[in-house]
Design a protein. Sequence first.
Length: 185
Amino acid sequence: MLTTTEAAKLLYTVRIAYPMAYSKATNEDLTAATQLWARMLEDYTYQQASAGLMAYMASDSRGFPPSPGQVIDQIVRRQQSGQMTGAEAWAMVRRALRNSSYHAEEEFDRLPPEIQQAIGGASALRDMSRIDSDEVATVCQSHFLRAYSEVLTRREEDAKLPARVRNLLESAAVALCERAGGTKR
């Protein structure tokens, strides 16, 4: 979505804010940098990229210009700021556990995808519902929170990749699974 012209505007802002970093850049260097920024930020609108850049500059205390990845990091953080905390996610799991001895599939299907990934499946939910409540409150909670954190981290990292790169990686993973004789989940 971000055009080369819009990327040039972003880089102009960076050059104004960090003049020493670009003091020896040639027109060829600036053209190459503009094209790189446009490619790296192609999945974002100018408004998103500009907001990400401004957020980076507002919090920068080191005095170094941002890379496209640092701008993307700021964009993704703002997009995911409404994300459920580990405690909120665990509260949903605890509610689901109450009815999971006999209705684990239904309870599992009601959970958000990131919680489902952290749990692993309806059978894991059923198994947890049959464990002593003290163990659920300590061991199971600890395992869930660690898994949930890993799911969120993986999603955040995946969200930073340009769609083109994500698609290439997904295609490579599918091809690898097919060669190994399995299927990709």
